[in-house]
Design a protein around this ligand. Sequence first.
Ligand code: SIN
Length: 304
Amino acid sequence: MNVDLTVNLSSLKMRNPLMLASGVLGNTGAILRRVAEAGAGAVVTKSIGVKPKKGYLNPTIVEVDCGFINAMGLPNPGVSEFIEELKIAKKSGVPVIASVFGSTEKEYAEVAYRMEEAGADAIELNLSCPHAGGLIQFSQDPKRTFDVVRAVKSAVKIPVFAKLTAEVTSIVEIGKAAERAGVDGVTAINTLRGMVIDIEVARPILSNKFGGLSGRAIKPIAIRCVYELYRELSIPIIGVGGILDFRDVVEFMMAGASAVQIGSAIAIKDLNIFREITVDLKRFMEEKGYKCLKDIIGLAHEEG
Ligand code: SIN
């Protein structure tokens, strides 16, 4: 049987549902191309702002039992310099999604507009970094989420996705605000605020003290969020959090994700993870008789 792994996400056409998550290897055009060559269906850049930003001092990442905690501080060269990297990334032939952040909706809109001009295929709004620039507050307040999405949607024609935090009473309320403002999809979830303390020196390890927890530890929370969003929203959901193999991808899709992002697992398995998951996913679907991804998206919601 011929299994179809292609995904149409808003106007994006992906050869498979696997994206590189933002913040992981997405800071140069050459690396983004390498990830595409390794088999990713789309790539998301590191989050880019209006001006260059140095980020925090080291240590900025620490491995914990079931994942990583990072606090980079949104280091980036600023949009004017990054657009050259974006043009290089575009040569990969897969959709390039520009992750953008700002301190006001005007800044988000400005960066998004410049990324579109430089050839980005879509925008992902980082509304949810749990430790830098106060970004998380955007996706903890439905009005602020609405305002940023509305401003960016008025500035660009390409699809806009909003990356949400699970650190809210109701992620559905935030997702609905984004949907009302015209967002084309939501990404769930960003890392969760955490801390690690070195007991020898009795101090937090990260220079920023607090960081974002990613990896296996957050997968069940991400699955729950995707499930809840799928029940209430009519737009596509991109699932992210702790994916290590094809089973995780199937789980996210059965919860309601139309595509997924891979981040921390690259540090564990390297870039071969994209090919490995594609092959395993195809085999699984063949064995189960699923012809295309639509056959499994949201399947866990069926009764009986
Ligand atoms: C960082 O640059 O510190 C991480 C950004 C994020 O978690 O969104």
